[in-house]
Design a protein around this ligand. Structure first.
Ligand SMILES: [Zn+2]
Length: 522
C-alpha cells in the first residue's frame, strides 16, 4: 500500500479562508501540521488521507489570534472570578463562601469585579465589609481592569507594601481604605505550586473560545514574571501547551534579555516571545487614564506612570535590538505623549517609522490626528472591542467622561477609514473573540461600528501581521499552519445580535483538534 499523502482532510465545509482575495473553499488538506491543499472538493484527496472529516456544510474560520490577554490566570485556579455578578451583596456572598473553604491563613484571590455594573451599590468594596468576612484569611480582590485592588486588614498587614506608598488609598483621617491603586507586588510566592496547572487550564479555555494563538501580558513584577516564564517554558518542553502563546514580559526585562541573548523564538514548540509591556497611564475605571480634560465625576486628569525621557531611550534601544514595545495608553493625553516618545526614540534610532512594530495597547481615546501620526510611524493599534460594554449611555464611560464624549472612544471604523491598522484583543474581559466581534459589529455609532469581515480580520490576519508571523499564521492558505475553528453557523449569515452566542464546535492547532466542543483532547 502506498503511504497516504495527507494526514487529515476536512471536507464539505464552508471555509472562509481570509486570504488576500477573501476566497472561500470547500476543503482543506493538512500535512505535517500545515495546510497542503485549500480549494474545491476532491474525492482523490479523501482517498489519499489518513483522517477524513465531513463537516456537513459548517463554517470554518482561521483560528483567532488574541493580541492582548493575561492568559495564565484565566482559569479559576489561582483566583476566583467575580464577573457576571450583578450586585455588591452577591459579590460579597461569593467571597464569603470561597473563604469558608480555605484554611486559616491561606490567601484568597479574586478578580473581575466591576462596581459599575452592580445594581444595588456602585462603590468599591469596603475594608470594613472585607474584615467582617475574614480576619483569618488575607483577601485580595482585583477589579476587572486590573489596576485597582481591594484588600482586608490582614492582607494589608502581610503584603510587602508600605502604608506610605502613594497607591495605598487613605480616608480623610489618614486610615487606609483597603483600596490599592496601581500597586504592583510579587504575589507568586503565595500560589507558586498552582502556576503550571493554571497555565494549562487557561490554555484549554482559550482553545474552547476559538483562540489558536495568544499574547500573554505578564503584568506582574519582574521577580514574579521569572516564575511564570520558567513554568511556561517547562510546559512547552513537555509539549503540554496546546495553543501558540506569545509572551510579553514587562519592559523592565528587555535590556537584560538582550544582554543574555534571549531571542523571539526561545521556546521549543508553542512558546515564543512577542514584546515588552509597559504602562503609560492607568484606566478610566480607576480615574487613572491620562486625559487632556478633567474627569466628569471627580475632577483630576489622571496620571502617567513612567518617565518620558526614559521611555524614549527605551524605544531607541528596542528599535536597535529587534525588540517590540507594547505600551498601555488609554487617555487622549497619554496617547499624545506616548506618540511623542515613539517619535523621539525612532528618530534617535535613525528610523522614520518602526521596523519592530511597537504597539499602543488599548488606545481607546485616540484622536484623528493621533491615528494619522500612529499610522505614519507604523505603530500597531492593539484595541479591545470588549470595552464597548462600558461605552453605552448610562454606563461607566459616561459617568467618567460625560454623555458628550462616549462616542469618541474606540472608533474602530474611523481607524480603518484613516487606513491605520486595527488589531483586536480581549484583555480577558471576557476572554472571547466572538464577544468582541459582536460588540464591534453591533455598537450603535458609525465611527465605531465595523463589518463582520473587518472584525474577524482584526482578530486573525491583522494580528499575524502585528506579530510579524503572517507568513505562517492568520489565514487559511497553503503552507501556513493549520490553525482553524469550526463553527455551528456562519457569523456572516446569522443575525448580528447572535454572534456572541455562536457555538464553536472544534478548534484545531497545527491540524490537531485541541477542543472538540465537549471535552478537551489535550
Ligand atoms: Zn491588559
Amino acid at each position: 500500500m502506498t503511504p497516504k499523502q495527507y494526514d487529515t482532510v476536512i471536507y464539505n465545509g464552508h471555509i472562509e479562508t481570509f486570504d488576500d482575495n477573501l476566497n472561500t473553499a470547500q476543503m482543506v488538506a493538512i500535512t505535517n501540521g500545515r495546510f497542503s491543499y485549500v480549494g474545491d472538493h476532491s474525492e482523490e484527496l479523501i482517498k489519499n488521507a489518513i483522517n477524513s472529516i465531513n463537516i456537513k456544510g459548517k463554517t470554518v474560520l482561521p483560528g483567532f489570534i488574541d493580541l492582548h490577554t493575561h492568559l495564565w490566570t484565566e482559569a479559576d485556579i489561582i483566583d476566583i472570578d467575580l464577573t457576571e455578578i450583578s450586585t455588591y451583596k452577591e459579590t460579597l456572598d461569593k467571597v464569603e463562601i470561597a473563604v469558608k473553604s480555605k484554611k486559616p491563613g491561606e490567601w484568597v484571590f479574586f478578580s473581575g469585579w466591576d462596581e459599575s455594573f452592580w445594581l444595588d451599590k456602585k462603590e468599591f468594596p469596603t475594608l470594613k465589609d472585607l474584615d467582617r468576612i475574614s480576619q483569618d484569611n488575607p483577601l485580595y480582590m482585583k477589579r476587572e481592569d486590573g489596576h485597582l485592588v481591594v484588600v482586608n486588614s490582614l492582607a494589608l498587614k502581610q503584603l510587602p507594601v508600605s502604608l506610605e506608598h502613594k497607591g495605598v488609598m487613605k480616608d480623610d483621617e489618614g486610615h487606609p481604605t483597603g483600596v490599592l491603586k496601581d500597586v504592583w507586588l510579587n504575589l507568586t510566592p503565595y500560589f507558586q505550586d498552582l502556576i503550571s496547572e493554571s497555565i494549562k487550564a487557561s490554555c484549554k479555555i482559550a482553545a474552547s473560545v476559538g483562540i489558536t494563538a495568544v499574547v500573554d501580558n505578564l503584568t506582574i513584577v519582574p521577580e514574579g514574571q521569572q516564575n511564570i516564564l520558567k513554568e511556561y517554558f517547562e510546559l512547552d518542553m513537555n509539549d503540554e501547551i496546546p495553543i501558540r502563546v506569545f509572551l510579553n514580559p514587562t519592559r523592565d526585562l528587555m535590556e537584560d534579555h538582550v544582554k543574555k541573548g534571549v531571542h523571539r523564538n526561545q521556546g521549543k514548540n508553542k512558546i515564543r516571545y512577542s514584546g515588552y509591556k509597559g504602562f503609560f497611564d492607568g484606566a478610566l475605571g480607576s480615574h487613572t487614564a491620562m486625559l487632556s480634560f478633567e474627569y466628569a465625576d471627580m475632577g483630576g486628569k489622571g496620571d502617567k506612570f513612567l518617565d518620558e525621557a526614559e521611555l524614549a531611550s527605551q524605544v531607541k534601544f528596542a528599535e536597535e535590538n529587534e525588540c517590540t514595545l507594547c505600551i498601555h495608553a488609554i487617555g487622549d493625553q497619554a496617547i499624545e505623549k506616548l506618540l511623542d516618545c515613539f517619535e523621539e526614540g525612532l528618530t534617535n534610532a535613525g528610523n522614520a517609522f518602526t521596523k519592530q512594530k511597537h504597539r499602543i495597547e488599548h488606545a481607546e481615546m485616540i484622536t484623528d490626528s493621533q491615528i494619522v501620526r500612529a499610522n505614519k510611524l507604523r505603530i500597531i493599534l492593539s484595541m479591545q472591542p470588549n470595552f464597548l460594554k462600558w461605552q453605552y449611555p448610562g454606563e461607566l464611560y459616561e459617568q467618567r467622561l460625560g454623555r458628550d464624549r462616549i462616542y469618541s472612544l474606540n472608533r474602530f471604523n474611523k481607524i480603518l477609514q484613516l487606513r491605520a491598522n486595527l488589531s483586536f484583543g480581549s484583555d480577558n474581559m471576557p476572554l472571547s473573540p466572538l464577544y468582541g466581534i459582536h460588540q464591534s459589529v453591533n455598537f450603535p455609532s458609525k465611527d465605531t461600528q465595523i463589518s463582520v469581515e473587518e472584525a474577524i480580520k482584526a482578530y486573525t490576519i491583522s494580528n499575524a501581521v502585528a506579530l510579524s508571523v503572517e507568513h505562517e499564521l492568520g489565514n487559511i492558505m497553503k503552507g501556513k499552519y493549520a490553525d482553524l475553528i469550526i463553527l455551528e453557523e456562519s457569523p456572516f449569515t446569522i443575525n448580528s445580535s447572535e454572534i456572541k452566542g455562536l457555538k464553536i464546535e472544534q478548534t484545531y492547532v497545527e491540524g490537531l483538534c485541541v477542543y472538540d466542543g465537549t471535552s478537551n483532547p489535550m
